[in-house]
Write a protein that binds this ligand. Structure first.
Ligand code: NAD
Ligand code: FES
Length: 281
């Protein structure tokens, strides 16, 4: 069993939990994820790692309660335990194995959208701890949904916040902010790492293609086993079939077939809604 040692509400329907999982905490690297199984009847829920502390043996996850499985997780409180906590899964971010001196020369931009801000944090923290300065754009629908702002501000060189409705920070989408920084404020970037909803990553990739900035995205398609066996998470990248759980989750954003990925994710959402309705009957 894996004990919840801390729980915090970050925004409406978004909460973080610190889970006691020393083995995962000791080996987790930026870019990786976990699969959580709440109880005997629980489904396997893939979740991004927001933070980890090898000394305390804890791993922090951030969950948005949307489907039936995450809604079930939301009722768990501090002191309760999950049945299983599998990970770390997936390939760590590319930069983890890059030469540090080369990395320091690069101008890196992170783009975090909504709940996708959670997996951006450990990446920026890892780089900050090694003296690599990066800029971060974070976008949310409204001020209420801006999460982890203080944590990110403490590790980012520059943090740019945008809201869709203009209730806080820059008024516009993250893609508008990328264009504002590059076209109007004279910023230059060699690499962009974008994590957020699939539709955001699609449009960030289109924007950075125009601006000629190499782009990495972290895909979160449907996952079932998380071990490369079931095929549920398959995505097309540069005309090749990849499994996000073992080949990813990070891929070259300019090569991902987003339209196919969005279509497959849409089918899944319909299933989740159906399941929810069944639940309420
Ligand atoms: P959201 O819909 O509020 O979007 C966040 C930001 O993305 C917006 O503020 C906007 O700036 C930008 N954006 C959205 N649509 C855009 C478009 N068409 N063009 C340009 N920019 C756009 O985000 P949310 O509701 O927090 O997102 C939830 C989704 O994020 C879920 O579907 C979840 O599965 C996904 N998610 C992905 C990851 C990942 O690893 N990729 C991690 C956590 C959550
Ligand atoms: Fe089954 Fe990736 S989740 S192959």
């Amino acid at each position: 069993m894996f004990k919840i040692v801390e729980k915090e509400i970050l925004a409406p329907n978004i909460f973080s939990m610190d889970i006691l999982a020393p083995r995962v905490a000791a080996s987790a690297k930026p870019g990786q994820f976990v699969i959580v199984i709440a109880d005997e009847t629980g489904e396997r829920v893939p979740l991004t790692i927001c933070d980890y502390d090898a000394e305390k043996g804890t791993v922090q996850i951030v969950v948005q309660s949307m489907g039936s499985s995450t809604k079930k997780m939301a009722v768990y409180e501090k002191g309760d335990s999950f049945k299983d906590f599998v990970g770390p899964l997936g390939v760590p971010s590319e930069f983890v194995n890059e030469d540090l001196e080369e990395l320091k020369k690069k101008k890196i931009l992170f783009v975090a959208g909504g709940v996708g801000t959670a997996p951006v944090y450990p990446q920026v923290k890892w780089l900050h701890e090694r003296g690599v300065k990066v800029d971060v754009i974070m976008g949310a629908k409204t001020k209420d949904l801006v999460i982890l702002e203080d944590k990110l501000r403490s590790v980012a060189d520059n943090l740019y916040v945008a809201t869709d409705d203009g209730s806080y920070g820059f008024h516009g989408l993250v893609t508008n902010y990328i264009e504002e920084l590059v076209n109007n404020q004279g910023k230059e970037y060699d690499v962009c790492i974008a994590i957020g909803p699939m539709i955001m990553m699609k449009f960030v990739a289109l924007t950075t293609k125009k601006l000629n900035i190499k782009t990495i995205v972290s895909l979160n398609p449907i996952m079932v086993d998380g071990t490369g066996m079931c095929g549920a998470c398959r995505v097309t990248v540069g005309n090749e079939t990849k499994f996000a759980c073992v080949d990813g989750p990070e891929f070259d954003g300019h090569l991902v077939d987003f339209d196919e990925a969005l279509k497959r994710q849409g089918q899944y959402k319909t299933e989740e809604v159906k399941k929810d309705h069944k639940h309420h009957e």
